[in-house]
Design a protein. Structure first.
Length: 145
């Protein structure tokens, strides 16, 4: 595994923070954003693993939706999305289903992603990059800001 620490700093976007998601008067979960941590974009099928922890608690894969290009996918679907492209300047929404969402304040968010670099496929071997990032994101009390 190759590790490019310089690009990992872009993985979690701090600008938007983290916010609870409501349906009616019920909080279904919360959302934050991330960017592809490389100097070129990639197809979602090149993501070999995508693990998230919030406040040092690992989030189950079936509770996470990956939102990109106006579409929403379960993490288990990413391996089949060979035509869905993640451009480096596009932010993907990470929606986590958790009844009640998060309380207002600062939350530690971590992502560990392994992704195959498609243009490195020589003799059937691809370079796989291991990107890791942890950032403190602020959840505001007013979710309609």
């Amino acid at each position: 595994m190759a590790a490019f620490e310089g690009f990992s700093k872009f993985l979690i976007s701090e600008r938007e923070g983290i916010r609870n998601i409501e349906a009616g008067n019920m909080i279904l979960g919360y959302e934050f954003y991330c960017q592809y941590p490389n100097y070129r974009g990639t197809f979602l099928s090149c993501i070999e693993s995508f693990e998230i922890s919030v406040d040092e608690k690992r989030i189950p894969e079936n509770s996470v939706y990956f939102k990109l290009n106006g579409k929403q996918f379960l993490l288990s679907q990413l391996k089949d999305l060979y035509a869905e492209y993640w451009f480096i300047l596009d932010k993907a929404g990470i929606l986590i289903l958790q009844e009640g969402g998060l309380h207002p304040g600062i939350h530690s968010v971590s992502i560990e992603m392994k992704h195959r670099i498609p243009y490195t496929g020589y003799f059937g071997q691809y370079m796989v990059v291991d990107s890791k990032s942890t950032k403190m994101l602020v959840a505001k009390e007013d979710i309609d800001e």
